[in-house]
Design a protein around this ligand. Structure first.
Ligand code: GH3
Ligand code: MG
Ligand code: MG
Length: 643
């Protein structure tokens, strides 16, 4: 049973430690998760920045490639020769060169040279992906002098480049379907200081934009400065300005739109939660567009999952660590617990032994029992519950004066501890003697708060003691006890300066009584005599003894020898009054007694023997002078004897 309990306790501690580990793991995971959430945004920001820079590079190298094409057309010798000295052969050569260039780049839709008035001079058209490029014959060449691209590009500085807006190709004043996103790039041509015309290419940018807007982490959109989509990751949003679909940052990001469009744009990305915005101003010359990078939900989720997996891993590691750790750590408390349990058991065993065998009790300041041991309750014949709250005065013996107990309490309150043999009365009236130790109890401030008492039952000892000092036949104290008491009383009288009175009593003609009435009747006479003496001697300080045979002793303190004599004589008279027939007595019809009394005011010189002898002499005199009388003597400290 005990082993099982111990094991349970061990599991309890192990469980507790694991729980503790779990709690820590949980807390760190929560903290970690919170931190990770912040770092997800941070990480997204970093990735967006990287993607953005990549895209800028892509765009830059793309436009540089286009510029290279334009510069190759503009600066080539065939065109310059033709302009300096026009000839049909020169024109043909230029056309073939332009055709060659057009065929060399898939995305070129149109390659032209316009003269200073804006008339098309050389024009090569090519359908995207087609293996042929058509040189447009002179009769189909048009005048583009009024078109915005000619006007704007012709005003560009020499060797500079002009970019058109990014828009959809229009064929016969209608947006060509399928949509063809087109970018025009032109450069003016000078001979010396003389403006000659422009070289212009139409680039089909669909494929480039397709690639440009692709990314695994972000949905990438290009918008113009009004917030309309140029190229969106979802095709139906694209070209919203031209198709008038109404899609814009206002419809997709109503809360951030204002900020996105009107915040000052720098080359760095700006974050709006999981949306990042960067400016393409430096590259898209005409379209001061913005690049939107919106973190894809699946990308964010996979980042979060990655974090969750990390958190889970931490929890698992902590758990795995905490189990063996818990096992190791819990050993200490388990051992400690066992030790404490063992000691508790030993202690409660001891307490049980004490409770059952030692009579102890605590009392309040009024003398009421607060608590008492089983042994104490048992010795009083009550239950522990009955004892609690009971006043200790209920244990006072009726045979003793109240002052006897009051004195004890007075000295307990005066001193640190009190001990002594005390006679109590059990609740059923039986006598209970206890060697009593009373200790005051003090509270934290040192104030008296009550008492604790230890009682050792000495009733039996007292009974034996009583027996050893009692005369069996008469119930009075015996001669042996007289010897002890007289010594003490003599000392006490020496200290107090009060008279000690000692009377010796002897039955008159008792031999005759025995002879005629029988020994048994003689015994009962002696018992009667004892009863009469005992009834007279009732004060606590007085005592009477059977000194031997039909001789009795009475010890009492009396201030006045005359009073002492009167008292002793009252005993003699009580004996006569008792009227026990004694026809063989020479002094009376009834039993009479003679008494010798000594009242002594003793000093050191007065011995027990002297007291005894003088009292005996007085008794002898009482006998000699006729019996049934008292002869009194007084001895004061000077040793004077008076009759
Ligand atoms: P006196 O008046 O001089 O004292 O004469 P007395 O006969 O009383 O004196 P004595 O000393 O000669 O006799 C004492 C008698 O007391 C002797 C004895 O038989 C009797 N006696 C002593 N002890 C006991 C006792 O315990 N029981 C009985 N029944 N008699 C006792
Ligand atoms: Mg005698
Ligand atoms: Mg006698």
């Amino acid at each position: 049973m005990a082993t099982k309990a111990r094991e349970t306790k061990q599991y309890y501690y192990i469980g507790l430690f694991i729980l503790f580990g779990l709690l820590i793991a949980f807390c760190t995971s929560v903290v970690n998760y919170r931190l990770e959430l912040v770092s997800i945004e941070k990480k997204l920001g970093q990735q967006a920045e990287a993607v953005f820079q990549n895209k800028l590079t892509d765009l830059e190298s793309y436009t540089r490639g286009l510029e290279d094409i334009v510069s190759a057309l503009r600066d080539n010798g065939l065109l310059l020769d033709y302009l300096k000295a026009p000839s049909p052969q020169g024109y043909h050569n230029v056309c073939r060169f332009f055709q060659g260039i057009a065929l060399s780049h898939e995305e070129l839709m149109q390659v032209r040279y316009l003269d200073r008035e804006g008339r098309e001079v050389v024009r090569v058209d090519r359908d995207r992906g087609s293996i042929s490029a058509e040189i447009i014959p002179e009769d189909r060449l048009q005048d583009k002098g009024h078109r915005y691209y000619f006007i704007e590009s012709s005003q560009t500085q020499p060797y500079g480049y002009w970019y058109s807006r990014l828009d959809l190709n229009i064929e016969n004043k209608k947006i060509e379907v399928p949509y063809k996103p087109v970018l025009r790039l032109a450069s003016p041509l000078y001979l010396g200081q003389q403006f000659q015309g422009i070289v212009i290419i139409n680039v089909h940018v669909k494929e480039f934009l397709q690639k440009f807007s692709q990314n695994s982490l972000f949905d990438i959109c290009l918008i113009d400065r009004e917030g309309y989509y140029l190229k969106a990751h979802q095709d139906n949003f694209s070209w919203s300005r031209y198709l008038e679909t109404g899609f814009s940052v206002y419809s997709h990001y109503p809360e951030q739109a204002q900020q996105i469009l009107f915040d000052e744009q720098t080359t760095r990305l700006k974050a709006y939660g999981t949306l990042f915005v960067g400016s393409l101003k430096a590259l898209l010359k005409k379209d001061e567009g913005l690049l939107l990078l919106h973190a894809r939900d699946d990308a964010v989720q996979s980042l979060q999952e990655e974090r969750q997996r990390a958190a889970l891993l931490i929890v698992t590691i902590i758990l795995l660590l905490s189990i063996p750790l818990a096992l190791i750590i819990s050993r200490g408390p388990v051992k400690l617990h066992r030790k404490i349990a063992e000691q508790n058991r030993a202690l409660s065993e001891s307490m049980g032994i004490i409770d059952n065998n030692v009579a102890i009790a605590t009392l309040d300041l009024e003398g009421r029992f607060k608590e008492g041991s089983t042994a104490f309750a048992r010795s009083l014949g009550v239950s522990r519950e009955q004892l609690t709250g009971m006043h200790s005065d209920r244990l006072r013996s009726q045979d003793l004066p109240g002052a006897y107990y009051d004195d004890i309490w007075a000295s307990v309150q005066d001193s640190e501890a009190w001990s002594g043999e005390v006679q109590y009365s059990r609740l059923n009236g039986n006598c209970y003697w206890a060697d009593t130790l009373i200790l005051p109890q003090r509270d934290e401030d040192g104030e008296l708060s009550g008492y604790s008492a230890i009682y050792q039952d000495i009733t039996d000892k007292k009974r034996i003691e009583q027996l050893s000092i009692t005369d069996v036949m008469t119930g009075l104290y015996n001669r042996r006890f007289f010897n002890v008491v007289i010594e003490k009383e003599l000392n006490r009288a020496r200290r107090s300066g009060r008279y000690l009175a000692f009377a010796m009593l002897d039955v008159d003609y008792f031999k005759q009584y025995n002879d005629h009435y029988g020994h048994q009747k003689g015994d009962s006479v002696l018992q009667e005599v004892a009863a009469i003496i005992a009834a007279k001697v009732s004060r606590g300080s007085d005592a009477c003894f059977r000194l031997g045979g039909e001789e009795f002793g009475i010890l009492f303190t009396e201030v006045d020898p005359w009073e002492a004599q009167k008292f002793v004589d009252s005993i003699r008279l009580a004996m006569v009054e008792k009227g026990i027939e004694h026809r063989w007595s020479s002094v009376s019809e009834v039993i009479t007694v003679s008494l010798g009394l000594l009242s002594v005011l003793p000093d050191e010189s007065v011995s027990v023997d002297l007291v005894y002898r003088l009292a005996d002499e007085a008794l002898y005199e009482a006998k000699e002078s006729g019996r049934n009388r008292v002869v009194a003597r007084t001895l004061d400290t000077g040793g004077r004897r008076t009759g």
